[in-house]
Design a protein around this ligand. Structure first.
Ligand code: ZN
Length: 196
């Protein structure tokens, strides 16, 4: 990667935030789910890489958000919730996410939390839950969403899936990878998901 100045990195993250807001504003379901936070404060992340970054960078041509995500990928703190014992090496080699904003986000917020995540084709993200309520917006690819007490839904770009507090849910990337924006709101917003 090219070395660039901290203020240039901040500029890239602010571009990613703006591109994410554009996607959010274009989705009535997301606007209904949570207000855009008003307390965002930039906290320069400690970069952390994941194996799937080349695939994420390769999405750059798919949209404005994907383009700036590719530009900023080397500077982001990429996260994986689970251990190899929980989900296996193949899963960890093909997934990861950033917390764009939230309690421990690149932009801190106590009002709402936003993740941008990638799951490779063929992955099955087994049943898990969390206290916070959740809204997924598919940014790229497809995903089959399963949830306790709800019909299974096969969603493509623009599709939104809501999970209620502690509703068990799973995701299967059968025919394509998925890039998604995921919002959390309410109690438990600072917690992690747990496999059930
Ligand atoms: Zn979830």
């Amino acid at each position: 990667m090219n070395r660039i100045a901290p203020d240039q990195i901040e500029t890239l993250f602010r571009r990613l935030l703006a591109a994410t807001r554009d996607v959010y504003e274009a989705s009535p379901a997301l606007r209904d789910f949570a207000a855009w936070p008003t307390d965002l404060a930039y906290e320069a992340p400690d970069p952390a890489a994941i194996p799937v970054l080349p695939q994420i960078r390769a999405l750059a041509g798919e949209g404005a958000l994907q383009a700036v995500l590719a530009d900023v990928a080397d500077h982001a703190a990429w996260i994986q919730t689970y251990s190899e014992a929980e989900v296996g090496r193949h899963f960890l080699d093909n997934y990861g996410y950033i917390e764009l904003f939230g309690p421990s986000g690149i932009f801190t917020s106590s009002q709402c939390r936003a993740f941008i995540g990638y799951w490779g084709q063929g992955l099955y993200y087994p049943m898990h839950d969390h206290e916070a309520e959740e809204a997924y917006l598919v940014l790229g690819g497809r995903c089959r969403f399963e949830a306790a007490g709800a019909a299974t839904a096969d969603l493509g770009v623009g599709g939104v899936r809501i999970h209620t507090s502690y509703q068990k849910h799973a995701m299967e990337m059968r025919d394509a990878s998925m890039l998604a924006l995921c919002l959390w709101r309410g109690a438990g917003m600072a917690d992690r998901a747990h496999l059930t």
